[in-house]
Design a protein around this ligand. Structure first.
Ligand code: PMP
Length: 427
């Protein structure tokens, strides 16, 4: 018999290019928060943060298709859509963040943000946070320290990267009330680095601890760490690739939730609703310093098709009242999950804000022993019941709950009912 599509995929891809599940369903189309398999089955997509407007959004699809028929070219040509999109993006950011670079992905955005900081400061050292992920390119990978995403992250880290501990108030050194010590210790680490003769070009962090499990940063954390890096002449880089664009509901940007304004912002994922699009936004003054030291050009970053996708996404947000919807639906979903927590000891806690939630499974609420195998098995069972979900966190014991922002309450009810059923089967 002919090899299956999955076998052909595995034969032509490298092993490192993983897919969800050992035997994933083959999907062929999608509609809002639903995916449809080639077997005709409908799945609820509870883990997709690339399509805030949902799958198959007609506004984005039509805009891109129209643009592809008319013109799609190298972004060095002069055309209206890229200017219009850059203006609208910059208008979403506070002063003095008004200067835009368009790229194709989150990795490129994080990488470029680092390059901007290195060039603008003339330095080479960068402080990042353990258990974070910023991308696969050389620079973004170097500052990524998520063991789950890259088991060699620590061993292969170049010497210009200085990771500090993750601000996890649930487990580890900064558990509970200890979380208050986190920002002062991070600031002290930055001052020490500068005193040792290696003042950092930048501090880079997600504005919400995404890859470690969907955990909000302790209050005042970024304010204190940003102040420390600036006092040493470095820049504050905010990675908004996952947290930004309304994912946290009440706050369009994660840094707003922390009450700070970064010097450089990296964003991608949601911007194109699945079409490749990313950006770095900084001030004119920093961008001018980059100009004297560096060079930037991207053939397809901000192409006409990407720019109209970006515009159509922002139109879709406005038409759907998406940020408000995310805030309300996120609070509703969190309430349902917290109710489950009262009935199942396996749920150690429910992290998160807006529609970025993390259901953390533990074998013991005191020792917090991660329920890693259980989490994998629960995800497999959820798939059988029609829900797509993935584990996250360095122990892979957290349900990475981040559906398209258009998700309805009915879909949240369905997800929680299925999770209730799976947990009720006994773990
Ligand atoms: N930064 C963060 C916080 C991310 O979560 C990701 C992707 N998971 C990236 C950067 C890289 O984005 P991309 O996959 O689009 O290159």
């Amino acid at each position: 018999t002919a090899p299956s599509l999955l076998a052909r995929r595995d034969a032509s891809f490298a092993e490192v290019q993983e897919h969800y599940y050992d035997t994933p369903p083959q999907i062929e189309r999608g509609w809002r928060e639903h995916l449809v398999g080639t077997d005709g089955r409908v799945y609820l997509d509870m883990v997709n943060n690339v399509t805030p407007l949902g799958h198959g959004h007609p506004g984005v699809a039509d805009a891109v298709a129209r643009q592809l028929r008319r013109l799609n070219t190298n972004s060095r040509f002069h055309y209206a859509a890229v200017v219009e999109f850059s203006e609208r993006l910059a208008a979403l950011l506070p002063e003095p963040l008004d200067t835009v670079f368009l790229v194709n992905s989150g990795s490129e955005a994080a990488d470029l943000a680092i390059r901007v900081a290195l060039a603008a400061t003339g330095r080479r050292d960068v402080v990042s946070v353990l258990e974070s992920y910023h991308g696969w390119t050389y620079g973004s990978d170097a500052v990524s320290t998520s063991i789950a995403d890259n088991p060699n992250a620590l061993a292969t880290r170049p010497d210009w990267v200085h990771p500090i501990e993750a601000p996890n108030p649930y487990r580890g050194r900064y558990r509970g009330a200890e979380a208050a010590r986190y920002a002062p210790e991070a600031a002290a680490a930055i001052h020490e680095l500068a005193a040792s003769g290696r003042p950092p070009a930048a501090f880079i962090a997600e504005t919400f601890t995404g890859n470690a499990g969907g955990i909000p940063l302790p209050d005042g954390y970024l304010a204190e760490v940003y102040a420390a890096v600036r006092a040493e002449g470095g820049l504050a880089i905010a990675d908004e690739v996952q947290a930004g664009y309304g994912r946290l509901g009440e706050w369009f940007w994660g840094f707003e939730q922390q009450g700070v304004v970064p010097d450089v912002v990296a964003v991608a994922k949601a911007m194109g609703n699945g079409h490749p699009l990313g950006a770095v936004i900084t001030s004119r003054e920093i961008a001018a310093r980059f100009r004297t030291q560096g060079y930037f050009f991207s053939s397809t970053g901000g192409s006409p098709a990407s720019s109209v996708a970006g515009l159509a996404v922002l139109d879709g947000y406005a038409e759907e009242g998406l940020q408000q919807h995310a805030a309300e639906t996120g609070a509703y979903l969190k309430g349902l999950l917290e109710e489950l927590q009262t009935r199942y000891p396996l749920i150690g806690t429910v992290h998160g804000l807006g529609l970025y939630l993390g259901v953390e499974f533990v074998r013991d609420r005191e020792t917090l022993e991660p329920a890693t195998e259980e989490t994998a098995a629960i995800c497999d069972r959820l798939l059988e019941l029609g829900v797509v979900m993935q584990p996250t966190g360095d122990h892979q014991n957290v349900l990475k709950t981040k559906p398209p922002l258009v998700v309805t309450r009915e879909s949240c009810d369905f997800f929680v009912a299925m999770l209730d059923r799976v947990l009720g089967e006994g773990w």
